[in-house]
Design a protein around this ligand. Structure first.
Ligand SMILES: Cc1ncc(COP(=O)(O)O)c(C=O)c1O
Length: 425
């Protein structure tokens, strides 16, 4: 266990001893794959049923039961599941969707393919999720939906968001890619909006290889999602308006999940609640040890009935003003040199990217983001200051997969050592 004296040693970046001497096997490895996963995948390979749907259907049923929703529909990736959710929620050509600027592009970019567009909102500096106070000013008669992203496991403030959506008759779509199994005030995220969708690629908390899932309680949304890209399930559709399109996917894209991934998903899901709980104990332990450390603060919910799920890509807040202005990049370099994996936040404010502002992707003679809107909705520098500034104020902490108190104490010591000696950098 690291002691107070250890953190007084010279910084490793400046030639001192490392706070974490040895990389511990499996502490960060994910997903956890056992012979159970292997057997499930081999069974699919031997049966030659990679493109069938029987296992995917079972996985959907089990995911819906876990999530507490009526319907679940699987996809080859999260991007596709979110695109289907957008179309199924009613977004059409010329419509606008509000989305936080700080997220992975897969929360929103595919909307351009449906001829609709995105207006970005700022994020809250504490939750790093969409700021409910920055939604209403972006609503126009063309706004049809709000995309919320439970960012890095942190549940969005649904109590503030849902009344805004109801007031303006907007659909709420939840991107649950970072927050499988997370609770908001005792209820699973992904069950608050009209429809939710998520990535399950192998870097995610619920990791099945490559995959995505859409969940909803709304039969019409579910059937629209089927019609969009699950053409082989058209016989399941009951809505008369959708029946004539039998056999062809309205989205012109195929949404079928590979069954090897579905088979792995079923096994992963069986173990997920217990593994997720261990991660929660581990990351909470890490932050508890760092209480009172200058310059850094946890990114975690303070509500006793909310959780961070599998704490996907766990974040920390960085406060350079408490560390003499030391940049997060230099801080992270110094902690990494101590042997604890960290780096500045990976995502950036999407509204400033040239693809969102300048690029004519489909040959419309103007930037795609405004090609179908009646107005120039591009957002310039300074439009969303919190999202723009987050790159200097957040970093990823080691994403512990096991609750090993001694190891976690050594990693916490690495952070405390750098924070308390920031003046030497
Ligand atoms: C917030 C978010 N939304 C959507 C996606 C897209 O999912 P996929 O990579 O499975 O297509 C990702 C990441 O992969 C993500 O992090």
């Amino acid at each position: 266990m690291a002691t107070a004296t250890d953190i007084d040693q010279p910084l490793a970046l400046l030639g001192g001893p490392k706070a974490v001497e040895h990389e511990e096997e499996n502490l960060f490895h994910w997903p956890i794959v056992t012979s159970e996963d292997e057997q499930a995948v081999i069974d699919v390979l031997r049966a030659g049923t990679m493109s069938s749907s029987d296992i995917a259907l079972k996985f959907e049923e089990e995911w819906a039961a876990y999530n507490g929703t009526k319907y679940a529909l699987s996809y080859p990736n999260g991007t596709m599941s979110l695109m289907a959710a957008m179309w199924a929620a009613g977004l059409r050509r010329g419509d606008e969707m509000i989305c936080p600027s700080l997220t992975y592009w897969g929360s929103t970019m595919q909307i351009l393919q449906i001829g609709a567009t995105v207006v970005f909102a700022d994020v809250d500096p504490v939750t790093v999720c969409i700021d409910p106070n920055d939604i209403e000013r972006h609503i126009t008669p063309r706004t049809k939906a709000i995309m919320v992203v439970h960012y890095c496991g942190h549940p969005c403030d649904m109590d503030a968001i849902l009344p805004i959506a109801r007031k303006h008759r907007l659909k709420v779509i939840e991107d649950v890619s970072h927050a499988h199994g997370a609770l908001y005030k005792g209820r699973m995220v992904g069950t608050f909006g009209d429809v939710s969708a998520m990535s399950m690629m192998s870097g995610k908390s619920l990791a099945i290889g490559e995959g995505g899932m859409l969940v909803t309680d709304d039969l019409s949304i579910y059937e629209h999602a089927i019609a969009f890209s699950h053409y082989e399930r058209h016989h399941m559709i009951t809505e008369p308006a959708l029946k004539p399109f039998g056999g062809l996917p309205l989205g012109g894209v195929k949404g079928r999940l590979n069954q090897t991934c579905a088979a792995m998903g079923r096994v992963q899901l069986r173990h997920y609640p217990q593994r997720m709980q261990e991660i929660q104990h581990a990351v909470n332990r890490f932050w508890d040890l760092l209480e009172g450390t200058p310059g850094i603060a946890p990114h975690r919910t303070t509500d006793p009935d909310s959780t961070m799920g599998g704490w996907y890509c766990a974040l920390g807040h960085y406060r350079p003003e408490e560390l003499g202005g030391l940049s997060v990049k230099r801080f992270a370099e110094a902690v990494a040199a101590e042997g604890s994996p960290t780096h500045p936040i990976g995502n950036f404010a999407l509204h400033r990217h040239p693809v969102m502002n300048d690029v004519d992707i489909f040959g419309d003679g103007q930037p795609t983001r405004i090609a179908f809107s009646q107005r120039d909705l591009r957002q310039g520098e300074g439009a969303l200051p919190v999202a723009e500034g987050m790159g200097a104020r957040a970093f990823h902490i080691p994403w512990f997969k096991h609750d090993r108190p001694d190891s976690i104490a050594r990693h916490a010591a690495a952070f405390r050592k750098v924070a308390t000696q920031a003046d030497k950098l």
